[in-house]
Design a protein. Structure first.
Lengths: 395, 377, 395, 377
């Protein structure tokens, strides 16, 4: 056990840190009022800069334009990005999920066609995975693709799609064989979003945002050359894809949480509670300390998990405790923030009295999604019960 | 002893339920909440025709003269329907304060108009410190003129007059009085808008009996708890209905204990909140020694329960619960706004602590426990 | 809605209160160190006194020696008993459960033989219901009774039996038909505990007490005249029996809780925390207030439930929220007590430093059983989900 | 960066696991706990032969000179086995304090005997106020003589000497010294007995460097957290095994989500407690700026988690979990005793609050967050 960085890791971190301090823009936070489109163009420019600096696709093999970074280097990457408060990446799905999928399962032609443009953010990618009737039951995909000559004809619907409105391409999971059990008849297709019959509709969330979209496919013709991996073996391709989501990307999260925590402590010092600063109220102090401790434990759990993945090569089902921990912790934290702020906590962006321009009201509402997105807390507990503890399958 | 509704109480509740379902369905709520004030004048007229605007105003001032239990039954149904606009502010808050603090002439002037549906009103109390504790207020009158700013004032923009709680009394200011300036705030509850209200040498009329304030705020708080309970009930029903129809892994999700037990907890919390609220209303009506404490018990519990019920309801709904089109978030937003309104759980716990720790005579162990009052009357 | 007592209820209460203040012993608490047997003889004498005063079996019809009290009068009875800190009843199962069962289902001969002796505590009763393999799955009874002439021959085992060591009689649920579905082949027998082949073994709990017993039956011969109700219809008899457990007996519980609460507040006033009384510590104050409020809500929930039973005649599945509420509340309360007392909380009876002679350590450990006994919290939530909310059966 | 055990650390842990399973199975624990002291001399000799009594004592005093991480791995396995007797008191508590506060001569005199297995010891700190806060202690020495009473002293009856934390220093008193009187207390943990220790003009030797105390108590606290984690692990395993075999309604109860999710939460809490404890040990070893805070994080979390894991474990076991014969309550009893030992969750939360609120420089928002230290070395 040695939590110090190795000399190589220090070198990587220092190089990245130097680059970020020279190149990472500092005005992202100020752009909240701009249009979604204008903000996204900004993010594309930022990713382009990362690409030119050699910092896009750091986990990708060097032969495909990546940096071949080790797992710990990836962890460091996301931590440094969070520390520098760098803007997010425009093509985060392409870089983190779809690129690696094409590298692992794609044809040479697909690699040649797509990978470089993912790295440079020239082409943005989204995913078509969830469906109205396939929420926690991921294999229950109904969006169908019928073979017609050298094309598949796609009909169906997807929901909870991110970036669809901005995307050039979509990694789509479709049912190519309706006559076999659920997991078996699925196929992954690469879909040009400009293909006739593809429709993107914004889906409004309880926060008021349209962070997600619905995708509709009406007789969309996709060449068979766009199949990734083998026909009817899309479940394995898609699962390999999802495993990446449990990877290092979350390493920056605890740094973001810690920053929110520090901001909340500052607010508690200036918020009045019973005639003195809330930060001196023993009840509030207990709650703040609890949040701090949980963020620390989230960090330690993550680091232990990354070390385990490093040793074994693959993320295991233990990743479910990370998911449960960060999502439920954020919900508890947002509630504590509300208690510190009292009635001010409910004020949304655009109110002059709102603290941090409504970020806390937004954070509170948005956090409800945390225990639903990327596998509900219930599903995660099923995974722990069955796959980690060996209890019988409960669903 | 009968801790259930009387026949006339049950009829009132059923009538209100049907009235709100018919006159203010959720489509109408959504329409109202998109407006600047969430106020629907036509609906208000109908509320007045039902007598609801005068539910607890004494008959001599044109009201129905019903009791606190009847008030909270009405509020519970209003909460169930997520009634938009200034009903709570006008009837449960301003009306109650005027009834408790006003002279007969003032009641005639203000309460009668409320009861008749001719005026809307609200109460301005919270200042920049964000607290509902009336002890810490800073604004005071100078020759019946008010100067300063009140925040989180519900429905101020549609109020005809505003009851202002100040350091040295309780005042009524006409909404059009000089120096009175109303600015919208952007709160989470889309169906009950909040405002900052600024006073600059604004003339205001002092109410004759400001000592009635605490009792009136207790009644308003019980009303708010009832509204919250109604919201929980609706959230529970929406959630159970969804759990019966939504299928995953080939079965309705309600068959999975992880989901079913979330629903069971929602039921437990909703029923418990209802019990506490009904008791508080009865205790206020009967003016029992524990009336104030029972209000704090109800608000403390409802503040936490409404949030928990909402959390669980959204969770059971999964992604659907996170969408704008699903009604559950509208209730969730109101639950959050109501959580801090008239004091959050921490505030009321400390109020309870003062009563059970500081005020209870120590060492007097043989004293008969007070809660036996139920069986001791 | 009128929570005031009616004139009749006031009359009942005043009469009882007067009687209790004249007759209820005040030295029960001091007898904790005596032997179990000696304590039980004391309780029998106390019940005899109640019987002679006309206060035993108050809910029983007058024709069977009861008082025919209304439901609210029963509530008042348990509350007044708790207020007077009167000792418990020796024959609590006989009075509350088995007597009413015999009245409802028994033969004239059975009524004549048993009822009066239950009232007077001349004969103590216990129940044989739970089995090692029938915990939450109540219908899974295996203890079998084979017909042999005019006797049943009983073989099998029961657990979680109360009072078995002191009992003269047992209401026993046995399987008389193994060839039909679980609920169907059960029968209720009245078993004389002196019948050869009946063995009582104490079962030690984690508290160190032997509050419960195991019962063993080896070729125990019971006359067929001792069947209660019809053969193979014992499930209905036993369920009718269990319904009584959700009745008014619990009405005294909130008064006991309230007394514990008041004691804890007194302790908090004399316990040091950070150089001042714990009762002035805002963190402790929040927790005490929360307990107080929950006890109040338990009381209100109970009163609403009793009023509903009064109106509808039977306790409904909503009773499950009472069970969940009192059991989980007591666990939270005991933990708060531990936090108030700090390291003193762990001290058991017999330690000079123990507060209230270890009652709090005992209460903490004993409270773990609350969410298990009389239907686990999980079973109660199943009942609410299925029978109250109409969700599909989950087990 | 490697947050996993090294090969030698893993070997140590495995060895300890096997040793305790073989030499101190639960039947032996039950036998020991029925004795007055829960001390088994034969077992102690074997512990010494393994070198465990000298695990962190420096080699110059006959120890193995291993680090804090190795100590907690050993304590974790001791906790898993519910090791009875004075191992924690002697090695993690008294040994650590003497190592941190003693002069070389004092270490030779006391620590060497501990390391060699020739002496058992403990630390007496808590007074009648029941607090582990050393600031509030009342007993002070007068010419190296102690007078007063210490409570909740673990394993005092089998200690050869007792380390006494006083207002004005840290002292060592021989267990047979005049005026020293030991009385058993009846704690919940049956396998680690506690005592009151009374001093009347008892001669005691002042340790040379009392300032080392806080650091030593941090190490002991990390050790206790590890022991608690081991207990959680065992409780989890017992519970999962039961959930796989116990059948109700014709199925193993572990198939029901209500049961399965209780197990999943137990797993989450056990692993989280382990992560926090390992980190604290490493931070202490490396003397990082957050070392003390990391100990409070671990103890705060373990105090709540050990209780919760026990609660859930008993619940899953149903009636069986409530019996004396089932081992789970033995762990539960230790969890409760350990919960308050060396400070409960509330105590450590306030310690954390002091660090993150009061000591952190306000307004210095651009400061790099400290937790990035992991990635910043």
């Amino acid at each position: 056990m040695d939590l110090n960085l190795s000399p190589d890791e220090i070198k990587f971190r220092d190089e990245l840190r130097t680059w970020l301090s020279a190149h990472a823009p500092t005005d992202w936070d100020e752009r909240r009022e701009e249009s979604m489109e204008s903000r996204f163009e900004y993010l594309k420019r930022w990713q382009r800069k990362l690409y030119e600096g050699g910092w896009a696709g750091i986990s990708w093999p060097k032969e495909y334009g990546g940096r071949g970074a080790s797992l710990m280097e990836q962890v460091i990457f996301w931590q440094e990005m969070a520390l520098a408060q760098a803007p997010p990446l425009a093509n985060v799905l392409g870089l983190g999920i779809i690129g690696p999928t094409i590298i692992a399962f794609g044809t040479e032609a697909q690699k040649k066609r797509h990978l470089a443009k993912i790295l440079s953010a020239e082409e943005i990618w989204c995913q078509g995975f969830s469906e109205p009737d396939a929420g926690s039951d991921l294999a229950n995909v109904r969006c169908e693709a019928r073979l017609d000559g050298d094309h598949y004809v796609v009909n169906g619907q997807k929901v909870w799609n991110s970036y669809g409105w901005a995307a050039h391409w979509c990694e789509l999971v479709v049912r190519t064989d309706p006559n076999v059990p659920k997991h078996k008849g699925l196929t992954v297709l690469l879909v040009d979003m400009k293909t006739p019959g593809v429709e993107v509709r914004p889906l409004r969330q309880m926060t008021g945002e349209t962070e997600f979209n619905e995708l509709f496919f009406h007789d969309v013709r996709i060449p068979v050359t766009n199949v990734v991996g083998k026909v009817n073996e899309g479940w394995g391709v898609a699962m390999g894809t999802l495993m990446h989501e449990r990877g290092t990307f979350g390493a920056g999260l605890q740094i973001t949480y810690r920053r929110n925590m520090e901001r909340l402590i500052d607010l508690a010092k200036t918020t009045e509670r019973n005639g003195r600063p809330a930060s001196e109220d023993p009840v509030i102090r207990q709650k703040l300390a609890q949040c701090y401790a949980e963020i620390e434990i989230m960090r330690c759990n993550q680091m232990r998990a990354f070390s385990r993945i490093n040793a074994t090569g693959v993320p295991g089902p233990e990743g479910s405790i990370q998911k449960i921990f960060w999502s439920e912790l954020n919900q508890r934290f947002q509630q504590v923030a509300q208690e510190v702020m009292g009635p001010y906590g409910q004020l949304e962006a655009g109110d002059d009295h709102a603290i941090d321009n409504g970020m806390w009201a937004y954070g509170y509402l948005r956090s409800r999604g945390n225990t639903i997105e990327a596998g509900t807390s219930e599903i995660q507990r099923n995974i722990i019960g069955h796959f980690v503890l060996g209890l019988p399958k409960s669903y | 002893m009968q801790f259930g509704l009387s026949e006339s109480q049950q009829i009132l509740k059923d009538t209100a339920h049907k009235f709100f379902a018919g006159e203010s369905p959720v489509a109408a709520v959504r329409k109202a909440m998109e407006t600047e004030t969430a106020y629907d004048a036509a609906l208000w007229t109908k509320l007045a025709e039902q007598g609801f605007t005068g539910i607890i105003a004494p008959e001599e001032f044109g009201g129905m003269g019903l009791g606190k239990v009847e008030l909270i039954l009405l509020m519970e149904e209003a909460g169930y329907a997520l009634l938009p606009g200034p009903f709570f502010s006008t009837v449960a808050l301003a009306g109650t304060v005027i009834d408790a603090c006003g002279s007969p002439e003032q009641k005639k002037k203000y309460l009668e108009r409320i009861a008749a549906g001719q005026a809307r009103a609200t109460v301005a109390l919270v200042e920049s410190a964000g607290s509902w504790d009336t002890q810490g207020l800073k604004i005071s009158s100078a020759g019946n003129k008010l100067t300063g700013t009140k925040l989180f004032v519900t429905d101020a923009a549609v109020a005809d007059f505003i009851v202002v709680v100040a350091r040295d009394g309780v005042f009524v200011a006409d909404a059009k009085a000089p120096g009175l300036h109303i600015e919208p705030m952007k709160g989470m509850d889309l169906a009950r808008k909040i405002y900052s209200v600024e006073f600059k040498d604004t003339p205001a009329e002092a109410l004759g009996n400001p000592r009635g304030l605490a009792g009136a705020l207790n009644v308003a708080t019980a009303g708010l708890c009832a509204e919250m309970t109604g919201g929980m009930q609706r959230t529970l029903e929406l959630t159970v209905a969804y759990a019966k129809t939504r299928k995953q892994f080939g079965k309705p999700i309600g068959i999975f204990q992880a989901v079913q037990h979330l629903c069971a907890d929602m039921y437990l919390e909703t029923e418990s909140s209802r019990s506490a609220t009904y008791y508080a209303a009865w205790a206020l009506e009967e003016n029992t020694p524990d009336a104030a404490a029972s209000v704090s018990v109800a608000k403390m519990y409802a503040s936490d329960a409404a949030r928990n019920v909402g959390n669980r309801g959204i969770q059971v709904h999964g992604g659907m619960g996170f969408t704008w089109e699903n009604d559950i978030h509208l209730y969730y937003r109101r639950a959050k706004a109501s959580e801090t309104m008239l004091g959050d759980a921490t505030f009321h716990r400390e109020r309870i602590a003062r009563r059970i720790i500081d005020e209870a005579s120590s060492g007097n162990k043989k004293e008969r426990p007070r809660q036996a009052a139920l069986a001791s009357r």
